[in-house]
Design a protein around this ligand. Structure first.
Ligand SMILES: Nc1ncnc2c1ncn2[C@@H]1O[C@H](COP(=O)(O)OP(=O)(O)OP(=O)(O)O)[C@@H](O)[C@H]1O
Ligand SMILES: [Mg+2]
Length: 204
């Protein structure tokens, strides 16, 4: 299923309703604050989508710098139990990019990776280029994904988490494939060893 911006609005208002209900229950307020932060971010993105007639503007951008900046931001805010590594070619690589949506996507891949490692392990972000494409790989040493779920995890609503919404990867796919004409997929995963998820974009 491909979501249109106005359709994202409906589950979002429903999420806001659910958090109000949770506030009346005996739920740890820290968790609600986290949910509300995510809702705020999604709200910013849907607003942005609808404002510009659902086509976010893409700009000629150096993906190496952009990825490095997201990496630095996430590393600074993550637990010291995560071993971070960034690997990239020593040159600029230009692609058509909406930097805000891209960094949101990287953040969601990293969040999933940290969840899969239960907060402890190795996380690598790698930028690789060939003549036509650039690949951005996010690898973790977490619990892995069974092969039969490689596609399914990108469907809206699919989650294996108690507090998951199953939204992160479906929005990531929409952002990369629909708006950037790129690809996102699981390139490798092994149970209890780890997972690599790859974004591919055409170079300018
Ligand atoms: N790096 C990973 N390692 C293992 N499993 C993963 C990884 N990334 C995603 N998954 C699986 O894919 C599911 C869907 O991910 P997705 O980001 O769409 O939703 P979520 O993380 O469960 O919830 P949300 O992102 O909405 O908070 C996860 O619940 C998990 O089972
Ligand atoms: Mg997620």
């Amino acid at each position: 299923m491909v979501w249109k911006a106005h359709q994202i609005g409906t589950p979002l208002s429903s999420l806001i309703g659910w958090t109000e209900i949770l506030k009346m229950e005996n739920v740890n307020p820290d968790h609600i604050i986290e949910i509300e932060k995510d809702i705020d971010r999604l709200q910013t993105i849907t607003d942005r989508f609808s404002k510009i007639g659902s086509i976010p503007t893409l700009k000629n951008t150096d993906i190496v710098t952009e990825t490095q900046e997201s990496y630095n931001y996430l590393k600074a805010r993550s637990s010291k139990l995560i071993d971070f590594e960034f690997v990239s070619p020593n040159e600029t690589i230009h692609v058509n990019l909406n930097a805000q949506l891209y960094s949101w996507t990287i953040e969601n891949l990293v969040k999933n990776a940290i969840d899969a490692m239960k907060g402890k392990g190795q996380l690598k972000i790698e930028v690789l280029a060939n003549d036509k494409f650039v690949h951005i790989r996010v690898s973790d040493s977490g619990k892995g994904i069974p092969k039969h779920l490689f596609k399914k995890i990108f469907e809206p609503g699919y989650t294996s988490k108690k507090r998951g919404w199953g939204l992160g990867l479906s929005l990531a796919k929409r952002i990369i494939e629909d708006y950037h004409n790129g690809r996102i997929k699981v390139v490798s995963s092994e149970i209890d060893k780890g997972t690599t998820i790859q974004i591919s974009l055409k170079q300018l």
